[in-house]
Design a binder for this molecule. Structure first.
Ligand code: ATP
Ligand code: MG
Length: 430
């Protein structure tokens, strides 16, 4: 108790509260299990030729290489994976040398993009080197702080800042070490398309069969380690709900209480995770899942707005339309969905300015600025997003004039559909 108090005064928290493994608590690395095709029944036709090629080239050069993560999960449940990641014991430099068009990207987390094809048709296979889970003590030795220069940091394989945030995560490890760092058991399997063997350390195969989404290790500690896993739990629950998957009770239990940890996550990362909830074909299911978990509020302010407005006609149709388009393999853009979600704010702000006798055009411009600044934070691609949303919104009055609609009745009118399609057209979703 006294130790706790002193730690608090010193700004230290209990070891577990940092998301670092508690002292004396051993990591359970699991036991390797090889599962053959007769048992798992993966349809090799669902495996992308380019992923197969990456594995083949790496293996031929003497390295270990496997398809990993979400793709293995999807293959096991009979879904065609939308992208393929490969994990290997080759370092990024070794991977790069083996392919004609391969690029090392990222500093904090160095990976290799192997590129096939050109232009719109190009395909990227992401290749990651097996990583080890550094424990607290090892991380301390290379602890970065404000005084650590960029070049010093570049020489470090692993570094954390004073809050425990990982600045660099490039300590290579074995496949077994790599597996335990992953989030859910169903996301931590490795598949060799040549031998058709699935390698599993944490009972992922059994969980996939039983339709369980289970965090590896202690769920609360893993959410503290990286709070984005909270949103990932919601995402996989929503995505896999139609297949009968449910969150394991110990994985679900700490979700609500852990939600406050998201306050420390950079806005742009939350924004990207929000778009993955809404733009990967299961927006409706995501909203239902959030509500069912009691997490309709508090993950991210803009997501709160989406959930709150999910039953309003314009937003509902936009979400349904997004799910349908993704299901049909058509492209979707964030600007369109967000323009629909935030149209009510723009409309109200515009009306208020008109009442103050501001001219229509500048009134709309100003209302748009207000809404964009208030609702969209410091996110990646902010400039382009702002330009696209502005374009959609600025076209609305012109369109409404043309169809002789009253300025603000759009959502309730039968003509609404046309206006909606128009918004979509402006957003470039044909
Ligand atoms: P999707 O089909 O939506 O792409 P995915 O499982 O492939 O799902 P990715 O974000 O592409 O998800 O991540 C690939 C893999 O990396 C995951 O399957 C998981 O093993 C691991 N991973 C990703 N993010 C985390 C995280 N925050 N914590 C632990 N492991 C993670
Ligand atoms: Mg993926």
């Amino acid at each position: 108790m006294i130790k706790k108090f002193i730690n608090k005064l010193l700004g230290k928290s209990d070891s577990a509260a940092d998301g670092k493994p508690a002292k004396g608590k051993k990591t359970n690395y699991g036991k390797r299990e090889d599962i053959g095709v007769a048992t798992h029944g993966i349809d090799n036709d669902l495996v992308d030729d380019r992923a197969r090629d990456v594995v083949h080239v790496l293996k031929r050069a003497g390295f270990q290489a496997y398809i990993v993560g979400g793709a293995v999960r999807d293959l096991l449940v009979g879904l065609r994976p939308k992208d393929f990641d490969v994990a290997t014991n080759a370092t990024p430099e070794q991977v790069k040398h083996l392919f004609r068009r391969a690029f090392i990207i990222g500093r904090r987390f160095r990976i290799v993009h192997v590129v096939y094809g050109r232009g719109r048709e190009h395909e990227v296979i992401e290749v990651t080197t097996f990583r080890a889970n550094l424990d607290n003590a090892a991380a301390e030795q290379v602890k970065g702080n404000e005084k650590t220069s960029k070049s010093e940091l570049a020489g470090m394989k692993h570094a954390v800042d004073s809050t425990g945030r990982v600045l660099r995560d490039n300590v290579w490890g074995t496949q077994q070490e790599d597996a335990v760092r992953r989030d859910f058991t169903i996301n931590a399997m490795y598949y060799d398309p040549e031998t058709q063997i699935v390698v599993d350390y944490h009972g992922g195969f059994k969980d996939a069969k039983n339709r369980v989404i289970r965090m590896i290790g202690d769920a609360a500690a893993r959410y503290r380690e990286d709070p984005v896993r909270i949103i990932r739990a919601v995402r996989f629950a929503a995505k896999l709900a139609p297949l009968g998957f449910k969150l394991d009770s110990k994985t679900a239990a700490p979700l609500l209480a852990s939600q406050k940890l998201l306050a420390d996550v950079p806005q742009s990362r939350l924004f990207d995770e929000m778009l993955k909830l809404l733009q990967t074909g299961h927006a409706q299911s995501s909203i239902d899942t959030l509500k069912a978990l009691g997490m309709a509020k508090g993950i991210y302010p803009l997501l709160d707005v989406v959930v709150e407005r999910a039953d309003q006609t314009l937003v509902r149709v936009a979400l349904e339309d997004t799910d349908r388009r993704v299901g049909e393999g058509k492209p979707v853009v964030a600007s369109f969905l967000l323009a629909c979600v935030l149209w009510a704010d723009v409309r109200d702000g515009w009306a208020a300015r008109l009442r103050q006798r501001q001219h229509s055009h500048p009134a709309l411009q100003d209302a748009i600025d207000d809404v964009f600044n208030a609702r969209i934070g410091d996110v990646s691609g902010r400039g382009k997003l702002a330009a696209d949303m502005r374009e959609i919104w600025m076209m609305q009055p012109r369109f409404e004039k043309r169809v002789g609609n009253t300025p603000f009745g759009m959502v309730d009118q039968p003509r609404f559909r046309a206006s909606f399609d128009f918004m979509r057209l402006r957003a470039g979703c044909r």
